[in-house]
Design a protein around this ligand. Structure first.
Ligand SMILES: C[S@@+](CC[C@H](N)C(=O)[O-])C[C@H]1O[C@@H](n2cnc3c(N)ncnc32)[C@H](O)[C@@H]1O
Length: 204
């Protein structure tokens, strides 16, 4: 079923890359907060047009694997166009029901995606499920929370109430999903939460 959010991103996919600012320095800082990704299996949730693919591939190297997940077929079409020469598995689907086996990844990245999730709690437990024990999670934005929230309010419509919570609040949600949180930055130009999966939440 197509949601208002999917319709919004489908409608905007064609000009997405022209209307968003590239910010390699801040993306680098966010990815570096995961520690070494060399040889790791990484899932980019809400991958959009694939802005993270090159920096992640640079970090995982030839021994790693990268998958991008997004419900918007049009964003994925753009990702395919942008990244035809890159080795990335592109999958259409929702963060709330990830079409991957349990324990398939070493790191899950949600970049500029979290406020758009319809059911963030389920998305966090799905992230925990698809990670192997000790796996890493990053929820990041290359701008501050107030800036992100004001952009969404200004756009209005389907994304008007897609608001990012203060980092300590989101960090608590990560803890409830089974993660130990090691970074929670809620700065003027960066929002970054990282954690490590402590144990499988369903394993008792
Ligand atoms: C603001 S865009 C960011 C895309 C990309 N990460 C970037 O930074 O350019 C948010 C992305 O999240 C995706 N998205 C929305 N709801 C989602 C969901 N429930 N599960 C996974 N991705 C979702 C959208 O389709 C869109 O591609």
């Amino acid at each position: 079923m197509k949601t208002d959010t999917m319709n919004f991103f489908d409608r905007n996919a064609g000009h997405w890359d022209q209307t968003t600012q590239p910010c390699p320095g801040r993306i680098g800082r966010l990815l570096d907060s995961l520690g070494s990704l060399s040889g790791k299996r990484v899932l980019d949730v809400g991958c959009g047009t694939g802005v993270l693919f090159r920096p992640i591939l640079d970090r995982i190297g030839p021994a790693g694997n990268l998958a991008g997940l997004d419900p918007s077929g049009k964003m994925l079409d753009k990702a395919r166009e942008n990244c035809s020469c890159l080795e990335v598995l592109l999958v259409q689907g929702f963060a709330e029901s990830m079409p991957f086996e349990t324990g398939s990844f070493d790191a899950v990245v949600l970049f500029s995606c979290f406020p758009h999730l319809a059911d963030p709690e389920t998305a966090l437990s799905e992230s925990a499920r698809v990670l192997s024990p000790g796996g890493r999670i990053l929820i990041g934005h290359a701008s501050g929370r107030e800036h992100i929230n004001s952009i969404h309010r200004d756009i209005g419509g389907a994304v008007a109430d897609h608001l990012l919570q203060p980092a300590p609040v989101l960090a608590e949600r990560l803890v409830s999903a089974g993660f130990e949180v090691d970074t929670a930055i809620d700065g003027n130009d960066l929002y970054c939460i990282t954690g490590t999966l402590r144990k499988k939440p369903w394993s008792g």
